[in-house]
Design a protein around this ligand. Structure first.
Ligand SMILES: [Mg+2]
Length: 275
């Protein structure tokens, strides 16, 4: 039996979560039910189309791959420009879902630290750093390429640490329960015990991190986790992308319905970004 490629499963988990959520982005919780890989809807894209979340995650992956696992923020910055301006790292040759904070940051050359810039646009792409031994400051620098607010940078550090723990085979629930964090991250340690009505799934970075962990910890399978994340509504693709990255470390891709994987567009590009 060949050894499991956890990076591949994690990246595909994130991409498949993103693609499942794309048709429902901005839809209210309870107004729809995601049960399969469908297309069209919010962005009118074919089934299996993944969005900005995956594009920037893959650009990050490719940068690490081409730099032997070393963080090179200038290189990442250039690749983000290649995505935004030239539609590289896309599912179908177009950029259809770029966030305002991210777009401004890429055009300006650095991320904002303003109070209103606390979106999930760096958290959604930070997963590949869990597969390196980079420092917390490097994680913050990579976040700051688009999102320099301390809460965005801290969310990335927390997520990468939890992902690394899962890669090492530690129990995610135990690791989450052991978190000792101050506001706005104070709810994370007990997040699994909260009810769905206490979980928000907006584009605010704290909501996304909470919702993603809540989905992973309140489901027993890969598919159930991704569907739960999408079905929370609102920022469906990003919540499912962030949850899917962790779920892909915990579960092998073969656990998902085969047609979800098969429908994913431009797998050649995804595979070329993997080690
Ligand atoms: Mg998106």
């Amino acid at each position: 039996m060949s050894e499991r490629n956890i990076l591949r499963d994690a990246v595909y988990g994130a991409v498949i979560g993103d693609a499942l959520g794309v048709p429902y982005e901005f839809e209210k919780r309870g107004s729809f039910v995601c049960t399969r890989m469908r297309g069209y809807g919010t962005h009118n894209q074919k089934p299996g189309t993944w969005s900005d979340d995956s594009s920037m995650l893959l650009a990050t992956c490719r940068s690490l791959k081409d730099n032997n696992g070393r963080v090179d923020t200038e290189d990442m910055k250039q690749r983000f420009r290649d995505w935004l301006l030239d539609a590289k790292y896309t599912a179908g040759g177009s950029v259809f879902d770029a966030g305002i904070t991210t777009t401004d940051a890429i055009l300006r050359g650095k991320g904002s630290s303003e109070e209103r810039s606390q979106g999930n646009g760096s958290l959604m792409r930070i997963l590949p750093l869990a597969f390196t031994d980079c420092s917390d400051d490097e994680i913050r620098e990579v976040s700051a390429l688009t999102h320099a607010h301390p809460n965005c940078m801290e969310a990335c550090v927390i997520y990468v640490h939890l992902a690394r723990a899962c890669i090492m085979g530690k129990d995610l629930r135990t690791c989450v329960h052991q978190l000792e964090l101050t506001a706005p991250f104070h709810r994370l340690a007990g997040i699994d015990a909260l009810g769905e009505d206490e979980i928000q799934s907006s584009g605010y970075v704290v909501h996304t991190l909470e919702a993603a962990l809540w989905c992973v910890l309140n489901t027993d399978s890969f598919a159930e986790c991704l569907m739960k994340a999408v079905n929370l509504g609102d920022d469906t693709d990003t919540t499912a992308c962030v949850a899917g990255g962790l779920a892909g470390i915990l579960y092998p891709i073969e656990d998902l319905p085969q047609d979800w994987y098969e429908k994913i567009r431009n797998k050649e590009l995804i595979d070329a970004c993997l080690v």
